[in-house]
Design a protein around this ligand. Structure first.
Ligand SMILES: [Zn+2]
Length: 299
C-alpha cells in the first residue's frame, strides 16, 4: 500500500470532545479540549517491579496491609479519600495477572468475590467497582472502589476521578470500615491487621494540634486511584535491583502450584457455601476488640 493512502492519527486540530463529557457522571464542566497525543514510543519504560526497578509490593511488610494470608494481601490508601472504601488486592507472589498459575487464578476469583461482598456490606455502600490497570506496577494489584449509596452521579467509569474530587471521609469512619473489611476477610482465614478507630477523648480544639498521619506519607504510597503513582506515568529511576524476596516469592508460587495440584483450590479457599453471610455479631466483635496490632498503611 503506498504511503499516501496511510491514515494518520495525528491531527492538526484536536477533535471535538466526546459525548461522555455531557453525561451526568462526568465530573467536569466548562470549556474542554482534547489533548494532543504524544507520538508512540518504540520501547515502553519498565514498570515498578520490572527490569531494575524495585517492586513496591514485594518490599512492603505485612503491617502495611489491612489483611494478609499465605498468598494474598489487601491494603488501603494511606489516608481516607472521597469514597467510603478504596482497597487493593495483591498476590503475595510477584506475578502479573496473565502469569498467575491456576491455583492463584482460581483464588483470585474467590478473593475478588469475597472482598466485593465485604466492602458492599459496609454502611452506605451501594456498589463496588473492581478494576485492574497495571500500567504502573508489574505486581498484580486489583482495585476495589466503593460507590456511596444514592450518589447516582458517581455511577460508572468516572468513579476513580470522583474519589479525588470528593472531600475525604472521616478518619474514624475510614478506620472502622477498614477494620470491618479485615474482620470479614479473616472469617475465612488469614490475619486482620486493620486497627479499629480509637476512642478519642481529647477536646475537639486539641485534636487539631496532633499532626496528621499524612505527614509521613511516602511518595510510593498512593493516596487515591488517580494520584496513585502506580497508574500514572512517572520517570523511571531504575536504580534498585530486584530483591531476593522476589525470587523467594516466585518460588513460593511454584510451590503453590504443586500444593494446588495436590489439594485443589478448596485447600486454600474455605469451603463455606454460605460465605456471603459471616455472622454480624462476630464481625462487630472482631472489629471492636482491637484486632491486630499494627497500623494499616501509615508509613
Ligand atoms: Zn513484586
Amino acid at each position: 500500500m503506498p504511503d499516501s493512502v496511510r491514515v494518520s492519527v495525528v491531527q492538526d486540530t484536536p477533535p471535538s470532545v466526546p459525548d461522555f463529557t455531557q453525561w451526568p457522571s462526568f465530573p467536569f464542566e466548562g470549556d474542554l479540549r482534547v489533548k494532543q497525543l504524544d507520538d508512540p514510543v518504540p520501547v515502553e519504560p519498565p514498570r515498578k517491579g520490572e527490569g531494575l526497578r524495585e517492586c513496591t509490593a514485594c518490599a512492603a511488610p505485612d503491617d502495611a496491609y489491612i489483611w494478609v494470608s499465605e498468598r494474598w494481601r489487601v491494603r488501603a490508601m494511606d489516608r481516607p479519600t472521597g469514597l467510603p472504601m478504596v482497597l487493593i488486592l495483591e498476590s503475595r507472589s510477584h506475578l502479573d495477572l496473565g502469569d498467575l498459575p491456576n491455583l492463584l487464578a482460581a483464588e483470585l476469583g474467590v478473593m475478588t468475590v469475597r472482598l466485593e461482598r465485604a466492602i458492599r456490606s459496609l454502611d452506605g455502600v451501594a456498589r463496588v467497582h473492581v478494576n485492574r490497570w497495571g500500567d504502573g506496577s508489574a505486581h498484580l494489584h486489583m482495585w476495589f472502589l466503593a460507590r456511596p449509596h444514592g450518589r447516582l452521579q458517581l455511577r460508572g467509569t468516572f468513579l476513580p476521578l470522583w474519589d479525588s474530587i470528593l472531600p475525604p471521609i472521616s478518619e474514624a469512619q475510614w478506620r472502622e470500615n477498614l477494620a470491618l473489611v479485615a474482620a470479614w476477610l479473616a472469617e475465612f482465614g488469614g490475619r486482620p491487621l486493620a486497627e479499629p478507630p480509637r476512642i478519642q477523648w481529647q477536646a475537639p480544639s486539641s485534636l487539631t494540634e496532633s499532626p496528621p498521619a499524612t505527614s509521613e506519607r511516602s511518595d510510593d504510597e498512593p493516596v487515591s486511584v488517580i494520584e496513585a503513582a502506580e497508574e500514572i506515568p512517572e520517570p523511571a529511576t531504575g536504580s534498585d535491583a530486584a530483591t531476593a524476596s522476589d525470587a523467594a516469592t516466585t518460588d513460593a508460587a511454584a510451590a503453590d502450584e504443586h500444593a494446588g495440584a495436590r489439594q485443589g483450590v478448596a485447600a486454600a479457599a474455605p469451603t463455606n457455601d454460605d460465605e456471603g453471610a459471616p455472622p454480624a455479631q462476630t464481625l462487630g466483635a472482631a472489629a471492636a476488640s482491637g484486632i491486630g496490632k499494627s497500623h494499616s498503611t501509615d508509613k
